[in-house]
Write a protein that binds this ligand. Structure first.
Ligand code: PRP
Length: 171
């Protein structure tokens, strides 16, 4: 597999800091619940939350969709639900990437049943080429047309997640 640097460590850090400022400004003292979508969002989530000058709570969900290939299996399972009650709260879902949009759409549909006051989406990479579901993204780090990306939480068959930069991967 050929790995090519796509987004540097510095560019990620700068964008995460910008997003954190934007989010802190929008939420003020409303104490949102930030929900990280495991596993891919762990590094983005940790960096974003620590950059936020904002009272907030954190929780996690796990949505497993892709197996060991580069294509979506089209099958999504919620294997971990949030534990903080979402009713009446402002909730921000934090994802590493929105690709087809299936995972985030399923998450929104599922979490809406808990009657949050508001449910917004923050994603590091908004990738457009394979979108099949229209997704209302409120905050995004980078908008990308195409390519298979790894690093900074993004994996290929569970590999490359630990890389501090984002790379494109080609056969
Ligand atoms: C990845 C990614 C998103 C989802 C995006 O998760 O973290 O959750 O795919 O793809 P979609 O928009 O086409 O649904 P994955 O299921 O691979 O699990 P992971 O977070 O553990 O890598």
């Amino acid at each position: 597999m050929k790995k090519t640097l796509f987004i540097s460590r510095d560019a990620i850090a700068q964008r995460v800091a910008e997003l954190a400022r934007e989010i802190a400004r929008d939420y003020g003292q409303d104490k949102p619940i930030l929900i990280g979508v495991l596993n891919g969002s762990v590094f983005f989530f940790a960096d974003l939350v620590r950059a936020l000058d904002l009272p907030c709570e954190i929780d996690f969900v796990r949505a497993a969709s892709y197996g060991m290939s580069m294509d979506s299996s089209g099958c999504i399972r919620l294997t971990k639900e949030p534990e903080i009650p979402l009713e009446g709260r402002r909730v921000l879902l934090v994802e590493d990437i929105v690709d087809t949009g299936q995972t985030i759409s399923l998450l929104i549909e599922t979490l809406r049943h808990q009657n949050p006051q508001e449910l917004k989406i923050c994603v590091l990479i908004d990738k457009l080429e394979r979108r099949t579901q229209e997704v209302p993204i409120d905050y995004y780090g980078f908008r990308v047309e195409e390519g298979f990306l790894v690093g900074y939480g993004l994996d290929y068959a569970e590999q490359y997640r630990q890389l501090p930069e984002i790379f494109t991967l080609e056969p």
